[in-house]
Design a protein around this ligand. Structure first.
Ligand code: SAM
Length: 326
């Protein structure tokens, strides 16, 4: 690749920047002109200096600066968006239009290659936050009339996992309305195998009844509850566990240590709602499932994160689907 050629995967904005660089006599002037055109008035002197430095680096080394420029542009635009509170109030029409246009231009299906990881993450995380914090999305999701507090993309992953593993027992901590227990039981009907045991500290009497579902009233970490669940396991049959009760770090960590041993090799242990505490939703939550998961994984080597479960881009359980490997 010629030294000052910008790799195509860097996207349209950067290719425009490259055009500017090639036409100009000095890197500095080119970067200033091209970057100002690219992100128009959102760019400040510090960003120009940052991009100038990157362009000089590319000229000297031929190194790919795609993500570096992405990052500089993102930082400049987010700073300006935060300062002008465009997302919240859009009081200044000019800024609102500029930012929306920039956001829309992050992804184009006519780009000759996929967006960089940074761009992809920005798009997905923004949609994730919008979806998560809207009160009419997961809080208003129903399975055959019963509320189910899950993202439909994750429910589809459950269908795939059940078909693959064909568990004899699915242990769910955190029943709430019973929508997820009912959903899993109906999948078991289709697969032709399996039972669900769902545990909750609240004993709501009006949960859906299904012959494959057993509800247990109590705390998921109480020894008598754990003993009852353990007694339901048939020797040699696959067991899957879903942790979806109290989402504080310590509770999830305790659940992980109790229930991980029930999961059979080749099956899954799912830690729900690892997205809270800013991963990327609900930043005020405080340490939760993701932090518990990190502690657990640092101490064990019998589980691996199943990266393939990130395939739909947005999941409420990032890094939260673990496969037992030994
Ligand atoms: C996120 S909701 C469960 C959502 C449900 N699995 C679904 O997908 O629709 C969490 C539930 O955990 C229950 N819970 C809280 N602490 C618990 C504990 N220590 N043991 C068992 N359940 C608990 C709450 O009462 C609440 O119903």
């Amino acid at each position: 690749m010629p030294r000052n050629a910008v790799p195509h995967r860097a996207g349209a904005g950067l290719r425009r920047l490259a055009g500017g660089v090639r036409r100009a006599r000095t890197v500095s002037a080119a970067a200033r002109a091209a970057v100002s055109r690219f992100i128009a008035p959102a760019v400040d002197a510090a960003t120009v200096r940052r991009v100038e430095h990157l362009v000089a680096q590319q000229r000297a080394t031929g190194q790919d600066i795609g993500s570096g420029v992405d990052e500089a542009v993102f930082d400049a635009v987010s700073l300006r968006a935060r300062r002008t509170r465009v997302g919240a109030s859009a009081t200044d029409d000019k800024w609102a239009k500029l930012f929306v246009e920039a956001f829309v231009n992050l992804y184009h299906d006519d780009l000759d290659s996929p967006p960089t990881p940074l761009v992809r993450k920005a798009i997905v995380d923004q949609f994730h936050r919008l979806y998560y914090h809207d009160r009419g999305t997961w809080r208003e999701t129903y399975w055959l009339g019963t509320r189910i507090w899950k993202c439909p993309l994750d429910l589809w992953l459950y269908q795939e996992m059940l078909h693959e593993v064909r568990p004899a027992l699915i242990v769910e901590t955190g029943t709430a309305f019973g929508g997820s227990a009912s959903y899993l039981a109906h999948l078991c009907d289709i697969v032709g195998k399996g039972a669900v045991v769902s545990i909750d500290v609240d004993d709501a009497g009006d949960r859906p009844k299904h012959q494959r579902v057993t509800y247990i009233h109590g705390s998921s970490t109480a020894p008598e509850v754990v003993a009852e669940v353990t007694g339901m396991i048939e020797s040699g049959e696959p067991v899957m566990v879903i942790l979806d009760s109290d989402h504080s770090e310590n509770h999830v960590y305790n659940e992980l240590n109790i229930y991980a041993d029930l999961v059979t090799v080749g099956s899954y242990l799912i830690v729900e709602d690892t997205n809270v505490n800013g991963h990327p939703a609900f930043p005020e939550h405080g340490p939760g499932p993701m932090e518990a998961l990190d502690r657990f994984l640092a101490e064990r080597n019998d589980f691996e994160i199943d990266e393939s479960k990130h395939k739909f881009h947005m999941t409420f359980n990032p890094r939260g689907v673990l496969r037992k490997v030994r």
